[in-house]
Design a protein around this ligand. Structure first.
Ligand code: AP5
Length: 233
């Protein structure tokens, strides 16, 4: 199997990062590492990390950098990340981005089995006016993780997953007041991350206002070009 390398997906809440991550993971056989999902699992299991993160997540604020970076470091050491991985929702602050650069350099250089190449960084650009509808209508399957939207991509049977019939759930932070705070947090703390990668000429922008399949097609194209350029260079 081919090496794909790290893929970083940036974008505001509801931009489609999770939806597209699952398609990229299926196509290339690399894991989706969603810091939001990992944190929600910790909250659910009442771990130390979950107890520390719960209040910030409920308000729509970011969890402190050191906690998130430690969690990502643990996950990236797993062997399923050797050919590449998708970071969905990380980095979200400039400090996280600097940490990631340093981690990839050291962790991957030390281990000859790991594929060393700079990440492909993609920013999803979306019209903010559409995000409330996307987030408020989002429903997720607790069993397989598939993401639906009751307005835009509804399941065949109301509130049930098409794949396994589980009852779909709505996320606690998809309430209107929390959505506003999450968007403000994105502007304040994550937009500078995109600027950091743009300054380094490592940022690719994708128009994520288009239908899901069109966004996927462009992402696959960008990933193929990046993988080819890395292999030849
Ligand atoms: P997280 O879980 O990462 O949430 P988020 O970034 O706010 O992103 P979302 O999962 O809401 O949206 P998405 O872009 O994945 O959209 P999706 O594909 O689901 O983070 C949650 C919290 O955890 C944070 O607030 C923070 O507290 C904490 N956290 C996480 N990471 C952290 C970090 N690194 N540092 C510190 N704290 C962190 O799609 C949304 C909806 O739109 C769906 O219904 C979907 O069907 C629909 N849709 C998708 N694409 C399209 C399309 N092209 N057209 C129409 N509809 C579409």
């Amino acid at each position: 199997m081919r090496n794909i390398g790290p893929i970083v997906l940036l974008g505001p809440p509801g931009a489609g990062k999770g939806t597209q991550s699952k398609r990229i993971a299926d196509r290339y056989g690399i894991p989706q590492i969603s810091t939001g999902d990992l944190l929600r699992e910790n909250v659910q299991r009442r771990t130390d990390l979950g107890l520390k993160a719960e209040a910030q997540m409920a308000r729509g604020d970011l969890v402190p950098d050191n906690l998130v970076c430690d969690m990502v470091a643990w996950r990236l050491r797993d062997t399923d990340c050797e050919r590449g991985f998708i970071l969905d929702g990380f980095p979200r602050t400039v400090r996280q981005a600097l940490w990631l650069d340093a981690f990839l350099k050291h962790q991957f250089l030390e281990n000859p089995k790991r594929h060393v190449c700079s990440p492909i960084v993609v920013r999803f650009d979306v019209d903010y006016n559409k995000l409330s509808l996307r987030l408020n209508g989002r429903r997720t399957c607790p069993a397989c993780g598939l993401i639906y939207n009751i307005h835009l991509q509804p399941p065949q049977v109301d509130e049930l997953c098409d794949v396994d019939g589980s009852k779909l759930i709505m996320r606690d932070d998809d309430r209107y007041e929390v959505i506003q705070e999450r968007l403000a947090t994105y502007e304040r703390q994550t937009m500078p991350v995109a600027e950091y990668y743009a300054r380094e000429r490592r940022l690719i922008s994708v128009n994520a206002d288009r239908p899901v399949d069109e966004v996927t097609a462009q992402l696959f194209q960008e990933i193929e070009s990046h993988a080819a350029a890395t292999a030849s260079g």
